[in-house]
Design a protein. Structure first.
Length: 231
């Protein structure tokens, strides 16, 4: 019984230490220039998702370019081409804009922070309205996504509730280097969402460098976003 109690205490300590390091601020990223991630489907590279960082004064900006295409027997089944920009002031998101072509269908998000009300105002292709300022945009550069209760779709502006659970500490080999990482599971909490709109991700986080190094999910195949380069 005592041994079991010791294991529970140890697990609790690991969990507390892990999550306390996750309460991020954009200052963690102000010395970065870029994060490049390769996108794989069923083990084959099909595209990329790259983030570019810029700071000036009390403003911090993150631009993203994402592009991938799925083909079978030379026939295009699915494609995404997206650009976006996040702007923060004193660690608060104040603007987000994105333009996406998904299977030749336009999606978009125009978000601004209304300081007087303390809410985001969202004009998106699938949602128009307000959202709590604690929401985070669902991108893979910001590890704060692992401590948020909800996220805003970077493609359409929809707001989705989520829960994140710590799974274990693991060692991953990324670009030939063994990295000690924290493995998390991120899932939707809204059971009424359609299956193809639910969040269900495995995420591996390098707490030493405050970087998400791998994301994996299954949807018409096995998808992986894997860190390629960081500067």
């Amino acid at each position: 019984m005592k041994i079991k109690f010791h294991y529970i205490v140890l697990a609790l300590i690991i969990s507390i230490c892990t999550f306390s390091n996750l309460y991020s601020h954009t200052g963690h990223y102000k010395n970065l220039k870029l994060i490049e991630m390769d996108i794989y489907r069923n083990g084959e590279i099909i595209g990329y998702s790259n983030y570019f960082f810029n700071s000036y004064g009390d403003i911090f900006e993150v631009s993203n370019e994402t592009q991938f295409e799925v083909k079978i027997a030379g026939i295009k089944l699915f494609s995404v081409k997206s650009i976006s920009k996040e702007k923060y002031k004193n660690d608060q998101l104040i603007e987000f804009n994105s333009e996406t072509m998904q299977n030749d269908k336009r999606k978009f998000v125009n978000l601004v922070y209304d300081k007087s009300s303390g809410f985001f105002i969202i004009d998106g292709s699938s949602y128009k309205g307000n959202a709590n300022k604690e929401n985070i945009v669902g991108n893979w550069w910001n590890h704060k996504i692992l401590t948020s209760d909800s996220q805003i779709s970077p493609l359409s502006g929809s707001v989705k509730q989520q829960e994140v659970n710590f799974i274990s500490k693991e060692t991953l080999t990324i670009n030939g280097n063994d990295i000690l990482v924290d493995h998390f599971k991120l899932k939707s909490t809204d059971d009424n969402l359609e299956a193809d709109k639910r969040l269900d991700f495995n995420i591996w986080y390098d707490s030493k460098n405050n970087i998400i190094v791998k994301v994996e999910y299954n949807r018409l195949g096995k998808w992986e976003y894997i860190l390629k380069k960081i500067e």
